[in-house]
Write a protein that binds this ligand. Structure first.
Ligand code: PHE
Length: 440
């Protein structure tokens, strides 16, 4: 029977359980879901407590995603890609004297931000669609889950940083398809230049700022053409070189004019993949008003935001954004143990369930553990063929007194065509045992 507590979760205490619609009943059966759905008075995230109010709109599903932190999972492709980008940027951009990296990496910014951070500090208009509760996850009327890493630009500049990358998970109430998911991951890059840094030290350097000029398609009113041109070249070079590093020099890319409230001029970079142009990042010359309000008076800056999933899908050939969240060992095992610089091409796994068998045996006398392993892999592949998805050595044991060694392997079977039964797999398993115990 449904308890009163459960019913209160739906705010329909006065009805008996039997009057509930089937859909509601079904959900009510799962007590956990019901309670998560109820708005908590206080929501704690990243070590901070936040009071909620009626604007709260976090679904149980998004709360679940918040707990996972896939960017920190060692062999998640997003983590590999993130590390590859950091390694490249650190190697390529160094402080004068080459002793230390130029860009500071900020990976631990709190994910709940104020409306000021997410919108106002970035000059997002009052009536912009991104502010709607149908687009953004709100904790209360003044705080939300960051919808982009740009939310940290203002405070990091205010802290005095001139060159930084902000990396993290961001949340949007977006459409649902193969390339959109309520949580995705971004790398934000910001670089500020003083006059000397932009033009080089010279007797007669050009100026960053101009008086009485008009804002037009190419530049903001406060900037000179020279400054915008140089900063734009630096920005585009940075991003094109990064793309070449990731995709190789042959990859086709194109710049598209774009609009963001926080940059002008603004651009998007698209990469040609699988017969279509994919947008992989947005960028531009930062609005000078943002720098000023962060206390930066004498510099010009550029900013970019890269969508990590988009790049990882192209780079590793991952066809569906949901796969980044997969715990299926058919997916995870393809990235386990890889280094960020390894070339990995994902092989699509089957939608049918896995069937798992363990096999243990004694090694022939005088055969070493290592020598056995590749033979075992070969035998298993030979017999199981395409049905074998993974083979893993799971245990080794040596009984020194008796001079006997044994190994255990876990074999994961999975068909691309159908759901395998234990009986079918047993057939292969039986053959494997017979063959492996037949003396050569
Ligand atoms: N914040 C933008 C987005 O999420 C990307 C961006 C960052 C664009 C920095 C310009 C400058 O789409």
């Amino acid at each position: 029977m449904l308890s009163r507590r459960l019913l209160r979760g739906f705010g329909i205490l006065k009805y008996e359980a039997r009057f509930l619609s089937t859909a509601v009943k079904k959900e009510a059966e799962n007590e956990k879901v019901v309670f998560e759905k109820k708005r908590p008075e206080v929501f704690e995230l990243d070590g901070r407590k936040h009071k909620t109010d009626d604007v709260w709109n976090l679904s149980p599903a998004v709360r679940h995603l918040l707990n996972r932190r896939i960017l920190r999972e060692q062999s998640n492709p997003l983590n590999l890609l993130k590390q590859r980008i950091i390694n490249y940027v650190h190697q390529t951009y160094r402080k004068a004297g080459n002793r230390s990296p130029l860009f500071t990496i900020c990976e631990n910014e709190p994910r709940i931000v104020t409306n000021f951070q997410n919108f106002d500090s970035l000059l997002t208009p009052e009536n912009h669609v991104s502010r709607r509760p149908s687009d953004t996850y709100y904790i209360n009327s003044n705080e939300c889950l960051r919808a982009h890493t740009s939310a940290h630009q203002h405070s990091l500049m205010k802290q005095g940083l001139d060159a930084f990358l902000v990396i993290g998970d961001v949340y949007r109430r977006d459409e649902v398809d193969r390339t959109h998911y309520p949580c995705f991951h971004q790398i934000e890059g910001v670089r500020l230049y003083s006059k000397d840094e932009l033009f080089g030290k010279s007797e007669n350097p050009a100026e960053i700022f101009s008086k009485n000029e008009e804002r037009n398609k190419e530049k903001q009113g406060v900037h000179t053409y020279d400054a915008v041109r140089v900063a734009e070249i630096q920005l585009k070079e940075f991003l094109e070189n990064l793309c070449d590093e990731l995709f190789g020099k042959d990859c086709q890319k194109r710049w598209i004019d774009a609009y963001f409230p926080f940059t002008h001029p603004s651009f998007e970079l698209e990469v040609f993949y699988n017969g279509q142009w994919l947008e992989v990042l947005g960028c531009g010359i930062m609005e000078q008003e943002i720098l000023e309000s962060a206390g930066v008076r004498d510099k010009i800056g550029w900013a970019f935001g890269i969508g990590l999933e988009r790049i990882a899908m192209v780079l590793y050939g991952i066809p569906d954004i949901r796969l980044f969240w997969s715990k299926d060992s058919g997916f995870v095992s393809q990235f386990a143990g890889k280094t960020p610089e390894d070339e990995v091409k994902y092989k699509e796994i089957s939608a049918h369930p896995q069937v798992i068998f363990d096999v243990s045996f004694f090694l022939p006398e005088n055969v070493q553990f290592n020598d056995m392993t590749s033979d075992v892999y070969d035998v298993i592949r030979t017999i199981g063929g395409e049905l074998v998805e993974q083979v893993k050595l799971t245990d080794e044991f040596e009984n020194k007194k008796k001079g006997k060694k044994s190994q255990t392997y876990r074999i994961v079977y999975r068909s691309h065509e159908k759901a395998l039964t234990k009986d079918e797999v047993n057939f292969y398993y039986g053959r494997m045992i017979t063959i492996s115990s037949t003396p050569c």
